[in-house]
Design a protein around this ligand. Structure first.
Ligand SMILES: Cc1cc2nc3c(=O)[nH]c(=O)nc-3n(C[C@H](O)[C@H](O)[C@H](O)COP(=O)(O)OP(=O)(O)OC[C@H]3O[C@@H](n4cnc5c(N)ncnc54)[C@H](O)[C@@H]3O)c2cc1C
Ligand code: SF4
Length: 636
């Protein structure tokens, strides 16, 4: 950082400290911890703020406007699109603004602070037989604010819709500092009504074409025929228009007597072909699993973890419900009969059903290594096509993977046409292959009438590719929409509108190898400490209380609730050590010492982390290097 920018940072930090009661942290270690989310990207913020109340948030937004410093809201930081990171002020809502303020079981609504973890909302709603409808796999640590930012969906969106469909109103502040309650009141934002009425044809033909069209801004909610719902149109805007201070959301009745049917097919595409017919049975979820991800689970957790699956190389997990167990069973039997599967198993044992759901939830982490042991990355993580196109799209996608000699492990919310995949794209030196591949893949999705993002948002990973999916008129409209709320481009800039290139700011290529000396072999990681530290892709399981499922990771985070004490926070600091531009002192850096100090070396992460991060080993290696040939402190 130049002297001028250092001075700028000092001024911003000073202004924040004067205005805010909560913690304002511009230490190198803190900035390292918040330099990534669960994406491939690395953007170091100037400062991280932990607001204690709404006044702190308003004050931070004021400093952002006064000093023209970009501001990025952050919840659990589990976003895979690279939109929970930014160059200026990062506002972490998850630490203190994480309460359910009010829950009305009769009206079936809840008023929540944006940093409320979805699991917390579920716990509050549970005694009333209620829950929030959308349930991303990260439900144990993602926040309602982040779900609103991304328009998060999940397995049960088939039944309950996306986050946008479950939001009543939002208390927000825009880039001009205007605070308002957004509901179905578009006139509250000057110029919005006329922007919509003069672009009706573009909105009606290009937006809201199918359920998982999450890419771009969802202006279809502002159409008269859709109730001109301003709040819904702000969902999925990724913090690039407004900051959410509070949300009132709908709750739904918890489905009764869920029953899982596992269907085996010869391959993933054949399984996808079966989806449209199964949708006619109105299941509550249809999830897809490929043999390659099932093999990854077997390798990581043993063959018993996948024993319940019928023969096949592509599976659908179909969930049905019923008022009575017998009704659910009848529906499951009808689905099994109509499935055209090689074999169907109705999973009546709840423990086994939970085990199968866990494969899905941990999919992204488990898919972090291919069968040949190569690291797999997000990149084209959640594209979606209309479900009737899914089989054809998957066949074309496999051909594209073969063309690039890339291995991928598809899985996802097949009932909605949404495909997750991790790819062993070479990222150790540059992003050239990533760039070429995602460009081709975006064109492929568009040719099937699909959406580049089906639930995670566009962020840094896809915003540049939006012209493959949208006309110039729609792209221009997104820009005009943004400028009505944020003319100075302070709200999470570079997201959706005026993006950087998809290969800018990649984390992995910017890290240097730290090869083996006489310590651990790191044989699974090419003998390279850097590769071992980059196993952490940020999925954030270490930020959740996993005790209900007998998980034990990460005790230090559970004790303090501070990202610093999570496995992920520690891994980020080690990754920055390998990068060497922010954390500059290698193993002797004070930041590295601080990050590892509270790690208990309990090896819980080695057991529970789906990406296989083993912080105890990384810590032992760092200490070994640091004290090589020197006397170690007595406490060691
Ligand atoms: C393993 C894995 C599985 C996943 N599975 C799913 C899935 O099944 N379905 C799904 O939809 N997603 C999934 N995701 C993506 C992600 O977890 C979800 O989108 C989640 O809802 C993000 O929540 P978060 O609190 O982590 O948000 P963050 O990552 O912190 O932020 C997400 C976006 O919201 C914005 N934001 C946060 N708070 C606010 C606020 N107060 N005001 C305005 N904007 C705000 C941020 O700026 C950012 O743009 C998955 C991710 C991983 C790593
Ligand atoms: S080894 Fe350290 S980082 Fe891993 S779970 Fe235990 S305390 Fe957390």
């Amino acid at each position: 950082m130049s002297d001028t920018s250092l001075q700028d940072r000092c001024d911003i930090v000073h202004a924040l400290r004067s205005a805010i009661g909560g913690e304002v942290d511009d230490s190198t270690r803190r900035r390292a911890e918040y330099s990534s989310d669960a994406s491939n990207y690395r953007v170091v913020p100037q400062v991280v703020v932990f607001p204690r109340d709404t006044d702190d948030v308003l004050a931070a937004l004021w400093v952002s406007r006064e000093t023209r410093t970009p501001i990025t809201a952050r919840g659990g930081g589990t976003s895979v699109a690279g939109n929970a990171i930014g160059t200026g002020i990062v506002l972490d809502f998850s630490r203190h603004l994480n309460r359910v303020i009010e829950l009305d079981p009769d009206a079936r609504t809840a008023r929540v602070q944006p940093g409320t973890v979805l699991a917390t909302l579920h716990s509050a709603a549970h005694p009333h037989g209620l829950r929030f409808g959308p349930d991303p796999s990260t439900w144990s640590r993602c926040t309602v604010g982040g779900m609103i930012g991304n328009n998060a969906c999940g397995a049960h969106s088939l039944q309950f819709g996306r986050t946008a469909d479950n939001v009543r109103s939002l208390d927000v502040v825009d880039g001009l500092g205007r605070r308002f309650t957004a509901a179905n009141n578009p006139t509250v934002v000057g110029g919005l009504d006329s922007l919509i009425s003069s672009n009706l044809a573009t909105i009606r033909t290009e937006l809201g074409r199918f359920g998982r069209q999450v890419s771009g801004y969802s202006l279809e909610h502002l159409l008269p025929e859709h109730g001109q719902h301003l709040a819904r149109s702000l969902v999925g805007t990724e913090g690039s228009l407004v900051t959410v201070l509070e949300a009132t959301v709908d709750l739904v009745a918890k489905p009764q007597h869920p029953l899982l049917v596992a269907l085996g097919y010869p391959n993933m595409a054949t399984a996808a072909d079966a989806v449209p017919a199964l949708l006619a049975h109105h299941p509550s979820a249809i999830e897809g699993l490929d043999a390659r991800i099932v093999d990854a689970v077997s390798r990581a957790r043993g063959a018993r973890a996948v024993a319940a699956l019928p023969p096949g190389a592509g599976w659908l997990l179909v969930e049905v419900t019923g008022d009575e167990p017998a009704e659910a069973l009848q529906r499951a039997q009808r689905i099994a009969g109509d499935s055209e599967a090689i074999e169907a198993s109705i999973i009546t044992d709840a423990v086994v059903a939970k085990q199968l759901w866990r494969i899905r939830e941990d999919g992204a982490g488990l898919a972090g290594r291919t069968a040949s042991g190569a690291q797999a990355w997000p990149g084209f993580e959640d594209a979606a096509v209309p479900p009737e196109r899914l089989g054809a799209y998957l066949r074309d996608f496999e051909m594209l993977l073969a063309e690039y000699a890339i291995e991928g492990m598809p899985y996802g919310h097949f009932g909605d046409g949404c495909v997750h995949v991790r790819l062993d794209i070479p990222l150790a030196t540059d992003g050239a292959v990533l760039r070429a591949f995602v460009d081709d893949a975006a064109q492929l999705v568009a040719s099937h009438g699909g959406s580049l993002s089906g639930e995670h948002g566009d962020g840094r990973a896809r915003s540049e590719l939006l012209p493959h999916m949208y006309s110039p008129a729609a792209i221009a409209l997104f820009g005009q929409f943004k400028r009505l709320f944020d003319p100075h481009n302070l709200m999470n800039p570079g997201i959706v509108v005026d993006p950087a290139t998809v290969d800018a700011d990649l984390r992995r290529p910017a890290a240097l190898p730290i090869t083996k000396i006489n310590g651990f072999a790191f044989s699974q990681d090419d003998g390279d400490f850097t590769t071992a530290a980059h196993r952490c892709v940020g999925v954030g399981t270490c930020r959740a209380d996993n005790s209900a499922s007998h998980g034990v990771m990460c005790p230090s985070f559970l004790a303090t609730g501070d990202e610093k004490d999570s496995t992920r926070g520690r891994a980020r600091v080690l990754q920055e050590m390998a990068n060497g531009t922010l954390v500059t002192g290698g193993v002797n850096s004070p930041e590295v010492h601080d990050a590892l100090d509270l790690c208990l070396a309990c090896k819980a992460c080695a057991r529970d982390c789906p990406a296989g991060v083993d912080m105890a080993t990384l810590k032992a290696e760092v200490l070994h290097r640091r004290y090589d040939g020197k006397l170690r402190p007595r406490s060691h």
